[in-house]
Write a protein that binds this ligand. Structure first.
Ligand SMILES: C[S@@+](CC[C@H](N)C(=O)[O-])C[C@H]1O[C@@H](n2cnc3c(N)ncnc32)[C@H](O)[C@@H]1O
Length: 257
């Protein structure tokens, strides 16, 4: 692979349940330094794995930014409905690490639309409800908000169970713009929509469509992050077991360190 992308080895500071987005975090660390966005909007944040990856990548690359997370933080029929503790924990993490650069907009995607002028957003990550109607609606509503650099990520392009319909929308929209789809981690679609998306990103899309070495590379990196996530989950769960003998806790900690 002559033009193999350079992937930073940063480990994410935020790895929480649910796990569905974690395998795409290495791609975020690759994309952000090239796109150098000024405004990122995420539609669907839940516990913040994807959102805080954007925040971390911009911070580590010294990119002055506003990252907006839009979510009701109540859940939906696909993500499940969850408790207030999820929002409170996201808020705590934001205040601890990204007080000035991150903004949490607790409202529906439709309500948030009027906050953003046309052509003002460089990167939109769409990860809300996954029916065909919902993703089409979210995409079409937010399309006019994209800047000349406008790039869109769409999650769950590979899930075909129940009434998930992102895969179907992806088959349509991916033909309209330069696009690439990662098949791992439930599927992540990348669309270069603006008329001035950086050449390096267009080049990546072109090369990645020609050779699966690119998707393999990000899949491998994604699996490393996933293993890290699993380790963390195990450590947290061990702490919750009240009567586990100290010797076993010590052994488990040694194994996980
Ligand atoms: C799949 S989860 C997001 C996962 C997240 N990106 C991650 O990294 O794990 C979808 C989220 O979208 C939110 N959501 C769905 N439809 C929404 C809407 N119309 N307005 C606001 N939030 C919505 C839900 O509350 C849920 O937290």
């Amino acid at each position: 692979m002559n033009n193999a992308p350079e992937i930073t080895t940063s480990m994410p500071k935020r790895l929480e349940s649910p796990e569905f987005w974690v395998e795409h975090i290495p791609f975020v660390f690759y994309l952000i330094p090239q796109l150098k966005p000024s405004v990122i909007v995420e539609l669907g944040t839940h516990s913040g794995n994807s959102f805080f990856a954007f925040c971390q990548a911009t911070k580590e690359n010294n990119i002055p930014i506003k990252c907006y997370a839009v979510d009701t933080w109540r859940g939906d029929k696909h993500a499940g409905y969850y408790s207030e503790a999820v929002y409170q924990d996201v808020l705590k993490h934001k205040n601890e690490y990204y007080k000035d650069s991150a903004v949490l907009l607790r409202m529906t995607f439709n309500e948030a639309l009027s906050i953003f002028p046309g052509k003002s957003i460089d990167l939109i990550n769409i990860d809300g409800l996954h029916t065909y109607e919902a993703i089409k609606h979210d995409f079409e509503n937010w399309l006019p908000k994209l800047s000349n650099h406008g790039t869109v990520l769409i999650h769950d392009t590979q899930i075909k169970m129940k009434d998930f319909g992102v895969w179907k929308f992806w088959t349509e929209v991916s033909k309209q713009y330069p696009s690439f789809e990662f098949h791992h981690g439930c599927g992540l679609g990348v669309l270069a929509i603006g008329n001035n998306v950086p050449t390096s990103i267009l080049k990546f899309i072109e090369e990645a469509n020609k050779s699966n070495q690119y998707s393999n590379l990000f899949k491998e990196q994604g699996q490393l992050v996933y293993r890290q996530y699993k380790k963390l989950q195990l450590k947290r769960n061990i702490k919750k077991i009240p009567r586990l003998p100290l010797i076993i806790i010590r052994r488990l900690k040694m194994l996980l360190s």
